[in-house]
Design a protein around this ligand. Structure first.
Ligand code: MTE
Length: 323
């Protein structure tokens, strides 16, 4: 979110240095994208305005009128274990991640496998703003104005074969840039790279998006730059960040969290107030930035409030068994 500043004061004086450096890099990246012909997606880069996506259409899939969480909260309270397990670690440590150039390999059971440069994906998929609730398995939530496009449109373009039943997503593996992937003090105990998965019909649901921005701006690194998944009816950990590979497969992928602790984390991970985590209740949640420790807790809604849209994906399934 850009804030008007009085003329003559350099941004470096009013912006924390790490954010400032990140912004300068966005500008260089935006310039490179513009040179690559992506003028529709990003403005010419001379000022900080280059970080803004122009002319974003509002999506009809923004199904909430709740107040979005502040930019500051969305970008300073994060889970991105590649940079440490603390909530402020990603904002403090992800700044140096190089997010340009960036490519995503789309492969497996499809007719058109290819390695796509991010700017090519952006060229083919018009961006829109989608305001979604994000509910973390740790029982907190946010409301985020994402900038992104339908995963469904990408899937249609690559033409899955009849053997494609699931979609597997993988984050960058680069311990040099991602200190949480190195054995040592920051260790989360997770197996790298981070892997997530969806059933093909879930991935084809119009609410599932690939996000490249928030609050009208390019995603800051801690939020999963340059491209991440957002699946609003599932716990936040399904929304994998900094994706480098999308693979269409026949068998259900083994996801990072299921591998780490299959008793606690299932493949589906749909938000469900009636299915508790073995160590805590999922019936209520705390809204980051809006609720204090003394506020009454909010009731968690089935499928995070998107039941009318997605419940039919799970007809006949025992959601306690397929958690
Ligand atoms: N993706 C990767 N690659 N690594 C992670 O540690 N954390 C997940 C998910 N995606 C994670 C990830 C979890 S637990 C949550 S709750 C969301 O990202 C948090 O997204 P946010 O930081 O943008 O709120």
């Amino acid at each position: 979110m850009l804030i008007n500043k009085p003329a003559g004061i350099p941004s470096s004086e009013i912006t924390p240095p790490e954010i400032y450096r990140q912004r300068r890099r966005f500008i260089r990246e935006a310039a490179a994208l513009t040179a690559a012909g992506v003028s529709t997606a990003l403005l010419p880069a001379a000022t900080q305005a280059a970080m803004k996506f122009p002319q974003l259409r509002k999506s009809r899939y923004s199904l909430t009128d709740e107040q979005p969480t502040s930019y500051k909260n969305i970008t300073s309270y994060n889970n991105f274990y590649e940079f440490g397990t603390g909530k402020s670690d990603p904002a403090e440590r992800a700044g140096k991640l190089r997010t340009f150039p960036w490519s995503v390999a789309i492969e497996g059971e499809i007719k058109k496998p290819a390695v796509y440069q991010l700017e090519d994906l952006l060229k083919h998929h018009p961006l829109e703003e989608r305001i979604y609730r994000l509910r973390c398995v740790e029982a907190w939530s946010m409301v985020v104005p994402w900038v992104g496009f339908s995963l469904r449109d990408v899937i249609r373009r690559v033409e899955p074969t009849s053997r494609a039943k699931y979609v597997q997503f993988t984050t960058l593996y680069d311990p040099e840039q991602m200190p949480g992937q190195r054995p040592g003090l920051l260790g989360s105990g997770l197996d790298w790279p981070y892997v997530e998965g969806l059933r093909l019909d879930e991935a084809m649901h119009p609410l599932a998006i690939l996000a490249v921005g928030l609050y009208g701006e390019v995603l800051p690194n801690q939020s999963g730059a340059p491209i991440r998944l957002v699946v609003p009816w599932k716990y936040g950990f399904k929304s994998i960040k900094s994706i480098v590979q999308i693979r269409f497969v026949e068998k259900q992928p083994l996801t990072t969290w299921e591998k780490a602790n299959p008793r606690e984390y299932g493949f589906y991970s749909n938000v469900n107030p009636k299915v508790d985590h073995p160590r805590w209740s999922q019936a209520t949640e705390r809204r980051i930035g809006a609720d204090s420790l003394f506020s009454p807790r909010r009731k968690t809604l089935l499928f995070n409030g998107y039941a009318d849209q997605v419940a039919s994906l799970y007809t006949g399934m025992d959601l306690k068994k397929y958690f």
